[in-house]
Design a protein around this ligand. Structure first.
Ligand code: XIL
Length: 471
């Protein structure tokens, strides 16, 4: 379980926030729920392979999605994210223009929102991206060489320090090579003013800032063996031979009919892995539809699994409607969050079981998170966490009809105990607490409410939250 760490320049960890929350809950119901019957806990592994994240985890990989902070409030978006993925890349929120719009003035709010969401769900976070010619504020391109060098190093240091220990892999440098057959570096303020050495300098600065993050070079049109990927390969080989800190290479993998999945995709991933770096598929989307798109997705997933050092896959969005290339419908979920054939192909390639009926309250099952037709759905998140306990939050969302009441079972593992519940009425039976609506039972179609509870006695495993039952 991730600990929510204190970040520089933002609110701290659980302490003060918890204090405020408790103070606001003067009327909270107090219950003591002792969890002793560990053996009776649902086996989370029994249906582990019916989501992308769980199936990937069984193969020792992560399966992530690019996430936009402004969609997190949409119930189906959050439910699909939380159900299917175990890694998040902020789609735009960690880019230079978002976090340092003016020199020396950092704004991490929207990126923090994504990181907090990920941590509440036990998901990992990929950092994207520190040094890139695009989405770069004008003030950076206006600097002279000396100032630019210190601004670049300061940017890397400040951003990585803010998220120190919270990011599994960082795209330190993005898209530094030209397209086409030249194998040359792309013109950018960094390249033009600092020369080839800026990439190496960025990686050295990054290693010093967060020694535990994997440091990646990330690019597109490098997915097969070609002049551009050869140029990146030569750079990585040189870095490895001279001890320049690099741990991974990201292959964006934006595919369409003009730029299809290359037939030597696996071989290309493997030759990079053979240099002694991890490889990651970082921004996967494949324009198309139906079986053709599904076959491509399956091939990409199989290529990653065939390369031991391919540590994970990130798709560049969740439903097609929010894709940066939405007209090409390149993602795994349609505009209504239905799983596309491409989803089934990706899940099957991961060794998962599409359409597994699973347990009735399980992810994707009736009443479980992400079921749009259920009378109500329940989605769990950890709101705050501290050493020895946490506040849990369960979001209840009515389906396509109004409801007048709801109930949800929450199962805890010994020695965890629920010490208080708010916005819901609890009864307990062994290690299972049933929470029913109080004043907040009437919900219009699609409307949401939530209840919360405080647990003492440890932070792992997270509670098991069952299906929502409406009345
Ligand atoms: C894209 C985002 O998806 C868009 O929302 C934004 O307007 C432009 O950037 N390569 C990258 C990503 O490394 O950061 C880009 O993301 C897609 C191409």
């Amino acid at each position: 379980m991730r600990m929510i760490r204190k970040r520089s320049g933002t609110r701290g960890g659980g302490g003060p926030a918890r204090g405020r929350l408790r103070a606001a809950l003067g009327g909270a119901t107090t219950v003591l729920l002792t969890a002793t019957a560990l053996a009776a806990l649902p086996q989370t592994t029994a249906h582990a392979a019916d989501t992308l994240g769980a199936a990937a985890a069984e193969k020792g990989r992560y399966f992530g999605a690019a996430v936009a902070a402004n969609h997190l409030g949409e119930a189906q978006y959050a439910a699909t994210l939380d159900r299917e993925f175990n890694s998040i890349t902020p789609e735009n929120e960690m880019k230079w223009d978002a976090v340092e719009p003016n020199r020396g003035s950092f704004s991490f709010g929207r990126a923090d929102q994504i990181v907090d969401h990920a941590q509440g769900k036990g998901m990992k976070v990929r950092g994207h991206t520190l040094v890139w010619h695009s989405q770069l504020p004008g003030w950076v391109s206006g600097l002279g060489a000396t100032d630019l060098r210190s601004a670049m190093n300061n940017h890397i240091t400040q951003v990585m320090t803010h998220y120190k220990g919270e990011i599994h892999s960082w795209d330190v440098v993005n898209e530094a090579f030209q397209d086409g057959g030249s194998g040359a570096r792309r013109s950018s303020p960094f390249q033009d003013k600092l020369g080839d050495g800026f990439i190496e300098e960025a990686f050295r600065t990054a290693r010093a800032a967060d020694p535990n993050a994997k440091l990646c070079y990330n690019d597109y049109n490098t997915d097969g063996v070609n002049a551009k990927s050869n140029a990146v390969y030569t750079m990585v080989r040189d870095f490895k031979s001279r001890g320049v800190p690099i741990d991974c290479v990201g292959f964006q993998s934006h595919f369409n009919p003009n730029s299809p999945v290359p037939s030597d995709y696996r071989a290309n991933l493997q030759r990079f892995a053979d240099l002694g770096v991890d490889v990651q598929i970082t921004e996967l989307d494949i324009e198309g539809s139906g079986q053709a798109q599904a076959t491509n997705y399956g091939n990409v997933v199989r290529a990653c699994l065939a390369v031991t050092r391919c540590t994970g896959i990130t798709v560049w969005g969740i439903p097609d409607k929010y894709s940066w290339r939405s007209s090409g419908t390149p993602l795994l979920f349609d505009d209504n969050y239905n799983k596309k054939p491409a989803y089934d192909a990706a899940l099957s390639a991961l060794g998962g079981t599409p359409g597994d009926p699973g347990d009735p309250g399980g992810p994707g099952d009736p009443g479980g998170p992400g079921d749009p037709t259920a009378a109500c759905t329940a989605t769990y998140s950890t709101a705050e966490q501290w050493s020895g306990g946490y506040n849990g939050k369960v979001m209840i969302t009515a389906g396509s009809s109004p409801i007048t009441g709801w109930s949800v079972d929450v199962t805890l593992a010994s020695p965890q105990q629920v010490v208080s519940v708010w916005n819901g009425s609890p009864t307990s039976n062994g290690n299972v607490m049933t929470v029913r609506s109080t004043w907040n039972g009437s919900l219009a179609a699609g409307a949401s409410t939530s209840f919360g509870f405080t647990v003492n006695g440890g932070t792992t495993p997270p509670p098991q939250v069952g299906a929502c039952t409406a009345s």
